[in-house]
Design a protein around this ligand. Structure first.
Ligand SMILES: Nc1ncnc2c1ncn2[C@@H]1O[C@H](COP(=O)(O)OP(=O)(O)OP(=O)(O)O)[C@@H](O)[C@H]1O
Ligand SMILES: [Mg+2]
Length: 435
């Protein structure tokens, strides 16, 4: 378990610390959380056995590699050498080899002779041999992995090669979608994003993709002139400087990429355009929270499938259940290596409305709800009218801890209560020492 208590918290703000809650370090889950998207590169793997070929194949189908072009060949190092004598080398070659040390080094020297200068090489071998490892590094091999390796481990290694966390921050993307229109998905999205920015004191961008009817501006009491539509119209022009101009700052750590909310313009959003805009945003902040409209189009699907985490908000009725189930199934099919989406049941216990019981809802979907938020028109209505978040309006509101919990779960943090010390504590400590 990596324990990293965040020390940047303003003491007046919070009485709790936050710890990273990652699974055991070497586990596949931990590798998956550390593996970030790989850029548009070409990868060619030369495997010796089917296990390794399957690992590369599984990794190539993962969303993190969706931009990369991967091909799998058999024959190991020897086949790689033969192949590249006639063909140009890709960005990255993955070579599996069970050859003894000297022979493997010999093959790699031959491979080096036909490698283009920019090509990187990862070797997977079957011996845990330090001398071999050193010799490989000397020859410019980027990484030596000892077999058997898993797809998450391979993805983590690829990610480490192409994303430098120091120079190249790659933020997390969380998408929020309602199982039906009007179920409170945007409200939950905005409150979770606001809480995240405040609790972690980390920069968060809310991207409002409900171009015609989005409420991000209203919810944060802002009336921006420019926003996400300008970025989506010419995504290739978006860079750090333009992004900064198009964002509206709501608080020290929270900015919104607001929707234009005008109807006389036609919005042509493409999946690739969305990808590019979200990519630029995530290269600039650690958290990008996407508010998706309820509706279905190629770009909504792409955003959902590419996100690090998905939050589905549903009201407890039949249509919500059916739609939520379809979304959960789609995500399960296309994101075999990711954890299931988070489910929030909203507007529960509405007077006089027949509802599906929580357990039935959860059983039908096969996932547990992270939280159930009651129908509370007074609090939610007031907050919406004031352009405030729930916690700003009333930090004792029943829903306030839900947003905290949701934000921490998405960021894989745990809230750790820090004992409040009395002002006399340092003095008492000194007296204790003297005794
Ligand atoms: N738990 C709740 N109790 C009462 N009202 C709520 C609750 N949650 C959200 N609302 C209200 O419901 C309305 C719709 O919420 P919101 O716009 O967030 O839904 P949405 O799912 O994003 O809708 P759309 O489909 O238009 O995107 C808002 O007025 C909001 O204040
Ligand atoms: Mg909405």
């Amino acid at each position: 378990m990596i324990r990293q208590t965040n020390t940047n918290l303003a003491s007046s703000d919070v009485d709790a610390g936050y710890e990273v809650d990652l699974p055991i370090d070497g586990s596949d889950d931990a590798s998956l959380q550390r593996a970030r998207p790989i850029p548009r590169i070409s990868i060619q793997a030369f495997c010796e056995n089917n296990n390794m070929a399957n690992v590369v194949q599984t990794a190539s189908e993962d969303r993190r590699l969706s931009k990369a072009h991967v091909s799998v060949h058999m024959g190991g190092a020897t086949a790689a050498v033969q192949h590249y004598q006639e063909s140009p080398t890709p960005n990255l070659i993955v070579v599996e080899s069970s050859l003894p040390r000297q022979q493997l080094l010999g093959e790699l020297d031959r491979l080096a002779e036909c490698c283009d200068p920019g090509t990187k090489v990862i070797v997977t071998g079957h011996v845990n041999d330090v001398i071999l490892y050193r010799e490989l590094l000397k020859r410019g091999v980027s990484e030596y992995l000892v077999a058997p390796i898993t797809a998450p481990q391979l993805m983590e290694s690829l990610s480490n090669l192409y994303n430098d966390p120091e120079s190249d921050p790659v933020g997390h993307v969380y998408s929020f979608i309602g199982a039906k229109g009007g179920v409170g998905s945007s409200t939950i999205c905005h409150n979770a994003a606001w809480t995240l920015s405040k609790a972690l004191q980390s920069n968060v961008i809310i991207a409002d993709l409900d171009l015609a009817f989005g409420t991000t501006g209203l919810d944060f009491n802002q009336d921006p002139v420019q926003g996400i539509a300008e970025a989506l119209a010419t995504p290739e022009r978006l860079d750090e400087v333009l992004l900064d101009r198009l964002l509206t700052k709501c608080s020290e750590h929270l900015s919104i990429f607001a929707a234009p909310v005008v109807l006389d313009r036609d919005y042509e959003i493409t999946p690739d355009g969305c990808d590019m805009v979200i990519d630029v945003a995530r290269q600039n902040v650690p958290y990008v929270v996407v508010d998706l409209p309820h509706g279905w189009s190629p770009w909504t699907k792409r955003v959902l499938l590419q996100s690090d985490e998905v939050v589905i908000t549903a009201a407890p009725d039949l249509a919500n259940l059916r739609n939520a189930k379809n979304i959960v199934e789609l995500l399960k099919q296309s994101r075999a290596n990711d954890s299931p989406p988070q489910l929030i049941i909203n507007m529960a216990n509405m007077p006089k409305r027949p509802e599906i019981a929580l357990k039935e809802f959860e059983d039908a979907l096969g996932i547990k709800a992270l939280a159930v938020i009651d129908f509370d028109p007074e609090t939610f209505g007031q907050a919406a009218n004031n352009g405030q978040m729930i916690e700003e309006l009333n930090d004792r509101a029943k829903a306030a801890p839900v947003f905290r919990d949701l934000a921490m779960t998405l960021a894989h943090r745990k809230e750790v209560k820090v004992e409040k010390k009395s002002a006399l504590a340092p003095l008492l400590e000194k007296l204790k020492l003297k005794r």
